[in-house]
Design a protein. Structure first.
Lengths: 378, 378, 378, 378
């Protein structure tokens, strides 16, 4: 693992998620550029001092030099965005599989380069679009594929947080610090950080690439250098239209990612903060709640596969991320086909970021990238 | 009353709302242009046959000819939009107060004309922006005025219905029929019908006029002649920005009007379908639910005034509309200042409709109308 | 109307509910034993001074002396419990129909006497079990009748309020005053006031008389003379069992009346504070939300009949009570069969109160009263 | 680990929960009495064949014979109830710490014996009362301790499941099989399985031992040999009273464990199926939602300690159980005081089971066991 030292929330989440199913073990790491933090973090995790590396290059080189039976097999990257591609490419070159935080990189061109590297190797690459790992998100996608909603007309996705309502980056908060620094985060703050989650959720469930958008980004806190808020009208390849909202200045909101999708025959609603219920509305007045843990009469196998517990025993964010890690491990260890977000999703996300930044209130087309919005097609 | 014959939902709602508090009595009407429907409707309401009039002109003339102690005092208009202004003007000329369905008319120019007529008379005019009559909408507005949220940054308002997902207008549904007919509804379908509710709710609670918007309207059902769906990015005079969504093709949705508003210090959420709770989010993680019926420690007098029952006894749509009628009656009978949406709100709504229709995906400015989004300022 | 002067919540609710559908008009009243309150209340309601009577006996005598076309047709009783039967009997004798607050009286014997008087007359009698007027309560009952749940096994009903958590009766609160005074309320406080609502809801929806119960009542506030809290285990004639909870010292609760009922094939849940949703759980994991306003594919005609508005326009407590008044008026004016709670429901309630007071922690049988728990059978 | 082979839900939950924080590793097991299941289960978990033991005695003996640095340190017991104490005692004698499923055993006497064994050893013993590991359950307890509710008056706890609505035990379902078999489960089915959870939650949050109860148990499915349903009225040592409901025949219910607790100054509500919200009701009408992940201004350190993620990232059942494992590991590895449910909670649970089975509709006293309902006092 690179990144995820003391004070970094997402690194700890990756470790817990990877550990949950008992097939993945943390063996080495470079947790921080600060030597003290790095050392303390590694020790607290029970690593041998020899495998707590001072920087990511040393980590990759040293592990590659170990006998095959001892060295790590895959590298998790949880650094600021601008290092995602350089580390991923180095890891691939050294023969390691990669599990990267999103966005995949800081520019579409850079991530296309990474795709070329991947295409030329036989290594696996997973992108931490954790919300796509929720079983009922899979269920929603399958219901759309199976035509339960008919032709899709409307997609509304919003992701509201409040934690950047004040200038946290000026008071030493590391997570706020790098996310608002163009040198570390890239051309976008909020849209890269959470807008990409909303975007990939919309494309994943609808099965329709977003082709055009008209967006306005804002920065509400004085001297903040990147967007902390924005919204976009959009159109899809399949003739649907919708609205995407992403904001980190919705004071008081926690982590409210919500999707509504409507077709000719009904609608679905999913809320990340109550992830074990998928609302299915059917014209006429009936509302069905599809529940995580329901039996096979109600849920698609793809959804059931991501559930560990009977209905009524809540599973959450770590379990959703663990689903990605489990499928990633299965593709490496058991040779099953990749069934998790990968480089195509990463490319789509970069196309989104570049379009949303370029729009400035005008309609723009997303770069033409791939036919399908994501490769998780089971 | 003009309009509201058999099969018309909104007319019956007006009658129940007006009756609720015991100060208003239905004395005459022209309920339908169809003589049979008109007669049957009037009789079912217990009116004397002499005061069931064949058309609205006859109604106004005949009532005006009655002795003052016998004639109606105010006229409710629940016809299709294109008649709102002609009937209102005739009623005013004949000396009657007017309670009109929204939108106020079919063009901004026409409604400005109505305003002139009103300015020149001493009659009262109320507009059925029912949702502004909900006590917790009043509470939200007062909290914004009192600074509970700090400076407002974001306003999201969405109004989702599903009842026009199919071509109801082609199968004899009267309500769908006139709402999708430009000759009766005006230049907009969905935006005039429900978009104006979302718009006035946003302006009323935020206290900020919307100055610019960028909208896309759609018509999803074949051969439908007016928009049944749309969304807009917008900016306000106070520097806030937001998103307005209105759609009648969200299949399976009932009547989901929802407002989120955020300032520097917190956020409010109100949902019309659960109108007795106002969610107040405060950064740090506390969420307060302000409940209808709460005692005076928690609610503003303006909100308490609109409540008839102790907490936990649900009050709904009719009670909200009854609040407008009660205040309308009080302004006529007791001479208290108008405390309900009126012609200014109507003008704002027309400015909205014209802008949203004109936008076609571009940023446009709303016509400059009034300083304050609504006159209900208590 | 007798009772319902200034400061009395329930009288105003009766007036609004009766007015809602436009067929019932308030023509006279004795609103308070206090002459000032009585006069002010009557005037505020627009009554002619001649028909604001100083006491209920005068009201009945005077109205009976008026010409038939002028006098009231039915009398609403909203006094403390000990007057319910005396006034009802006097009204019946004078030829008036009666709409009484619950409980029907202060003892089973007294209410049986009232039933004899009713049986000997042709007048109508309705009991204000308002919660039975909610459309989705009717829906729940019909689903049980139709076998949607199979044989009923479990019934849980709880009614939690918090308003008597302190000694309100010692600080001049009238409503708390009479409800905690055995001379005015009868042998029970909480159980007579709200326990009877829970009891009648359980019997009405399940269609099964409760035959035995084991209850503990408590009085939590110092010097309070009647129960303010209690719970009972119970068994029904149909072999089901359950739990009834009623408390007025659940500090912070508003008016939380909730029913869960389960049979072999599924369960239903209804909450008065969100009355427009009926939750239908079906084994396997599907949950259906039946919504007020849904179309006829989903709701029973008996439920649809109680709805005035399309789905998503909330109707509440006043509309539920208005349903009772509407059906009461229809039975008087149109001669349709009674379709509202009446004297049988009143007798069942008295049997419940007497059993729950007598139990003191032991199993007791309810008095054998009627075969059916209530006469509202549509 | 003993138990938890293929088809056993709870064993897999223990493994995931133990793994989550990276301090506990599965090293050996006896997963089933069926050799095939045992072997397959062990291999699927990546254990070396030598440490997949044929029975629990062999497991304990063989592990004890390994060098200290290689052998397991603690044993998780997830067998049917009748083996809990025998295995725990053997494990303690061999020097292993024990993490046992609940109930602690099949009789109070047996569990008191286990307590003596524990008192005589220096080994740790944890009981899988998973629901006590939820952060907001800890918060609720701390708020009661801190007097936020004032003196406690009412405790309502209900645990509703539906999965035993039919005779699953007759169709080869293992989990239903042993839970309804007195030889394996002990004297109670539903009350031992889930009633104990409801009971321990009530005592843990209120801080008050339940002293008396009056219960009725039922068995609804033909030929079922143990209770599948029941309810009890109860009183506590501190003068509160309440109701406990536990049923496994609430058809359609998933795993609905809900607690309401009220004191003189307010009430708390917690629902396991939405575990990240604690509702705090304050008389007058304000409702506060305390949210998991809230910052330290709102949550007690004891609650914060059990949270891994920022607000709005749902944590669920596995995380709650992982909290018990983490504290268990900390008490073994770091020597910190025990901070999880242990033998005292087990003894209380047994006293509850024996009382509830003995009651048969009469008031009975719980055996006098310990002063405090549980030892988790932090």
């Amino acid at each position: 693992m690179v990144g995820g030292g003391e004070g970094a929330f997402i690194g700890a989440a990756h470790r817990a998620a990877a550990a949950l199913d008992g097939r993945i073990q943390l063996v080495c790491g470079n947790f921080s550029r600060a030597p003290d933090n790095n050392r303390r973090s590694g020790r607290a995790l029970g690593l041998s001092p020899a495998r707590i590396y001072p920087d990511w290059r040393t980590l990759i080189e040293s592990e590659a030099a170990l006998p095959e039976s001892e060295r790590m097999q895959a590298l998790t990257i949880t650094t600021p965005n601008q290092l995602h591609v350089p580390i991923a490419e180095a890891a691939l070159r050294a023969g390691f599989h990669v599990f990267s935080e999103k966005p995949a990189g800081v520019s579409l061109a850079e991530v296309k380069g990474l795709k070329s590297a991947l295409d030329a190797s036989d290594r696996k690459y997973a992108l931490a679009h954790t919300y796509l790992g929720y079983p009922l998100v899979q269920q929603a996608r399958q219901m759309v594929i199976d035509g339960a909603l008919g032709r899709i007309r409307k997609i509304y996705v919003s992701y509201r947080q409040g934690w950047l309502s004040t200038g946290l980056e000026n008071s030493g908060n590391k997570q706020a610090g790098w996310r608002t620094d163009p040198a570390l985060a890239g051309a976008s703050g909020c849209m890269a950080d959470i807008g990409t989650h909303a975007f990939s959720l919309a494309e994943f469930v609808s099965g329709q690439p977003i082709t055009h958008l008209c967006a306005e980004l804002r920065s509400h806190v004085e001297e903040r250098r990147l967007d902390d808020d924005g919204a976009a009208l959009f159109r899809t390849a399949g003739g649907a239209s919708g609205v995407l909202i992403a904001s980190q200045v919705c004071a008081g909101e926690e982590n409210d990612l919500t999707l509504h999708i409507y077709g000719e025959k009904g609608g679905l609603e999913w809320r990340q903060m109550a992830p074990d219920t998928l609302v299915h509305r059917i014209p006429g007045g009936e509302v069905r709640l599809l529940r995580a843990g329901s039996d096979k009469n109600f849920l698609h196998p793809r959804a059931l596969q991501g559930l560990r517990l009977p209905a009524g025993h809540p599973e959450g964010y770590l379990e959703a991320m663990a689903n990605l890690y489990r499928d990633f491990a299965a593709s490496i260890l058991d040779g099953v086909p990749a069934n998790y977000p990968g480089i195509e999703t990463g490319i789509r996300g970069m196309a989104f970021i570049e379009a949303v930044v370029a729009s400035r209130g005008n309609w723009v087309a997303l770069a033409d990238t791939v036919d399908s919005p994501t490769e998780v097609l089971s």
